[in-house]
Design a protein around this ligand. Structure first.
Ligand code: ADP
Ligand code: ZN
Ligand code: ZN
Length: 751
């Protein structure tokens, strides 16, 4: 197209009176698109859906994505503004566009916001793509003595001469050289730039593997052969394998089979699981390019990885939740490790579940989907039990030590030190004496979960939340773990003036202190969010633990998941009761998963392990079943209870959350919304239940009141219709503009 297009009343090919309009998704919570006229200069590909554009929006310029083309608008042409510029010469990858559309629709979210969330920051900010081409700097034969008076340039020239096939500019700057030095050398005729096109990874001929795969045991071999049956179609599989049973080895061999065909694998891991350890395991196996999307990347690096996936250069892409939005040029399989993990669900903005998007995406691409877990989510387990997913099972560990059984020990009527029973302390002592390590799991950071006055019963409470403050000693302060507000420790009770303030209960700091007192010659590592704020410290500690010196680890769930701790032979769970009698119907599922995962840290290598679980409810039937028969048995049992109670996965939920600093305002909107929805459900005859409004379990958080309305339906499509209607009603409602509200599709917690 030429520059004169904008001067014409309509684009060629359009009927009389019609004019070309581009519908653009913008970073706005509004669930609608915005109409623009084309920019004077069209991109090389012409105007197309998926083009990233810069447009005027209010008084700002924002980056958006063209979603569709139309010949006309509801607005008169004179009121439309033109697109500022197209930012790329080609549209964003079509699989990425599809996934954004799907996620926005399914989660009832604005498409513009969804797209912003789903693209790397650099693209969101309007930077150009790094491009599918790269500049390589090649050395030319020349007389280096001519550089005697420019030592830096001489050094750079020497470097490039060691790389006769050229070095990319980035590598040059990584060596500490500047662009000016490169240009100076170019001018003097010592080097020349060469543009190369980065294409899809070529089948490498020779071996794909840098290190050999392990010979599989029988169960692994069976599982892999089932996966091999269908590598070219949608093939959802649940790999239910006890902790340490060799699931990762199966992922690696599936990836290998696909890489041999030049196909890419996208591997999702939980937030806590993407350690250098994990990454090293994948990288050391393959000769083909393995890239990772993790929080340590800079924005340009992140864009680089994204593009490497989009143009097929990277064959293995590993990342946490948001990596599900990585485009793939030659999709081969999606693997979700620890598919039950809570970190796959995003709890604000676009409230998506990466595992569920993985299912949708594998279906769209027509590729295998492998969900792996020792403790599958009830959603996935139910699909496997009904045959909708292939059910693959690993019941044994290559190390031959079966996962240890949980031994329940009774917390009632017994003295504790730092939360630990005498029998637990004894077991820790003999573990250390045997030269091994023990892990003490306690799901509370800080010194103690509350501070109380022994004279009048006063408790330190958060001024902004319906919650108690946690006592910390390192450094000493009171902190609210819900809103992060902090206060200095009082010297005396603010109510009665008594100085007799006592710490109630135990957190990681107190248990650490107690253990250090009991075992003064042993290193005690505390691992929680407070102790590992510095990025490297966690890695450092893990490395030290892996050296195998006898030591004690006190930690929260940061320690419980995923890590291979070969020298740990004893696990002590300080309190197993958190999820037993909680109001949230998923609490028991989640706490059983956590217990089984923690227990799985014991005895993974050559030595058998022991797991002691302290509880106030040693007779609880669920806990008993978990201890006696393991997670799998308990989960199947609890699924029956869910079926009878008609709870997910036997119904589909959406949760409307309304919040406001004024309780009345939140309640009023929730009430009106629920009323309107009930009326519509009745009129439209849609079989959906609407419960509430009810106050959230913790109604006041950060001085805002939280009110819930719950929607449940037997069919996903009915739930979708109701949620969609509700969202539209709210968007059109004036009252709803004064309070904050959000809709959560398939909520994972009712908090
Ligand atoms: P999971 O992913 O199920 O927790 P991993 O794949 O981490 O289990 O395996 C646990 C340990 O067993 C690892 O050290 C791994 O190298 C080893 N392993 C896995 N499969 C085999 C096998 N077929 N033969 C020998 N060792 C194996
Ligand atoms: Zn008091
Ligand atoms: Zn608070």
């Amino acid at each position: 197209m030429s520059d004169s297009v904008s001067a014409q009343p309509s684009s060629p090919g359009l009927p009389k009176g019609a004019f070309q309009v581009l519908k653009v998704a913008l970073p706005s919570p509004l669930r609608r698109l915005f109409d623009y006229l084309p920019a004077p200069r069209a991109p090389a590909c012409g105007w197309q859906p998926g083009l990233r554009v810069r447009v005027p929006f209010g008084r700002r310029d924002v980056v958006g994505v063209v979603v569709s083309l139309a010949s006309g608008s509801d607005l008169p042409r004179s009121q439309l503004r033109a697109i500022g510029e197209a930012l790329d010469e080609a549209p964003l990858p079509s699989d990425w566009q599809w996934l954004c559309q799907f996620a926005a629709r399914y989660y009832q979210h604005s498409l513009g916001d969804t797209m912003q969330h789903a693209m790397p920051a650099r693209l969101r900010q309007g930077h150009p793509m790094a491009g599918r081409t790269q500049t390589l700097w090649l050395p030319l034969p020349n007389d280096e003595t001519a550089l005697a008076r420019a030592p830096k340039q001489a050094e750079l020239y020497a470097l490039l001469r060691q790389h006769p096939h050229g070095l990319p500019g980035r590598a040059v700057s990584a060596h500490g050289f500047t662009r000016e030095q490169l240009l100076a050398l170019q001018k003097k005729g010592f080097i020349q730039p060469q543009e190369i096109t980065l294409t899809a990874a070529q089948p490498t001929g020779g071996s794909l593997l840098a290190s050999p795969s392990l010979p599989l045991n029988r169960e692994q071999a069976t599982a892999l052969s089932v996966l091999h049956e269908k590598l070219d179609g949608y093939h959802p599989c649940l790999l239910e394998g006890v902790t340490g049973s060799g699931k990762t080895e199966i992922y690696l061999q599936l990836i290998e089979a696909l890489a041999a065909k030049g196909k890419q694998s996208l591997v999702l891991v939980p937030e806590i699981g993407l350690t250098p350890q994990t990454l090293a395991r994948f990288k050391s196996r393959f000769r083909v390019p393995v890239v990772a999307l993790h929080s340590g990347l800079t924005d340009p690096e992140r864009l680089d990885v994204w593009e490497a996936a989009a143009n097929g250069r990277a064959l293995v892409i590993i990342g946490t939740r948001s990596a599900i939005f990585t485009p793939l040029a030659n999709p081969g399989a999606i693997i979700v490790d620890e598919e039950h993990d809570g970190s796959y669900k995003q709890h604000d903005g676009l409230r998506y579940h990466a595992r569920d998007l993985a299912v949708a995406r594998a279906h769209y691409h027509g590729i295998p989907l492998l969900l792996g877990s020792a403790t599958p989510s009830f959603e996935s387990l139910q699909q496997a039990l009904t045959g909708a997913y292939r059910h693959l099972r690993l019941t044994q560990r290559p190390s031959r030590h079966p996962p240890a059984k949980l031994e329940l020990i009774d917390l009632r009527h017994q003295r504790r030190q730092g939360g630990l029973l005498p029998s637990a302390i004894k077991a820790i002592k003999s573990t250390l004496a045997a030269g091994k390590q023990a892990l003490i799991f306690i799901n509370r950071r800080g010194f103690a979960p509350s501070l109380a006055c022994h004279s009048c019963g006063w408790m330190a409470e958060c001024g902004q939340c319906d919650a108690r403050m946690t006592l910390h000693r390192q450094p000493p302060l009171l902190a609210c773990h819900h809103c992060d507000s902090r206060r200095a420790l009082p010297d005396a009770c603010p109510d009665c003036g008594s100085g007799d303030l006592r710490a109630l209960g135990s957190g990681t700091e107190r248990t650490e202190e107690t253990l250090q007192g009991l075992f003064p010659d042993t290193t005690v590592h505390r691992i929680d969010r407070d102790s590992t704020r510095k990025k490297e410290s966690f890695e450092q500690v893990l490395k030290e633990i892996q050296r195998g010196e006898p030591c004690l680890l006190v930690g929260t769930q940061m320690l419980a998941k995923g890590h291979h701790l070969p020298h740990v032979t004893l696990v002590v769970v300080v309190n197993a009761d958190g999820g037993l009698y909680a109001a949230d119907f998923r609490a028991l599922e989640h706490s059983a998963q956590l217990l089984e995962q923690v227990a799985g840290r014991a005895g993974r290598a050559a030595h058998p392990g022991r797991v002691l679980v302290q509880t106030l409810h040693p007779d609880d039937p669920h806990l008993g079943q978990l201890a006696e028969h393991g997670y799998g048995a308990l989960a199947r049992n609890l699924l029956e209870e869910r079926r009878i109670a008609k709870l997910p996965p036997f119904c589909f939920m959406a949760l409307l959350r309304v919040e406001s600093p004024q309780e009345q305002a939140a309640l009023a909107l929730a009430q009106h919304a629920a009323q309107a929805l009930r009326q519509w459900l009745k009129d439209a005859n849609v079989p959906v239940r609407c419960l509430g409004p009810v106050p959230a379990p913790m109604e006041r958080r950060q001085n805002r009141y939280h009110i819930h309305v719950m929607i449940t339906a037997d069919k996903r499509s009915h739930r979708h219709a109701a949620a969609n209607w509700l969202v539209q009603w709210l968007e059109a409602n004036r009252e709803a503009r004064k309070v904050r509200w959000s809709i959560d599709i398939d909520p994972q917690t009712l908090a």
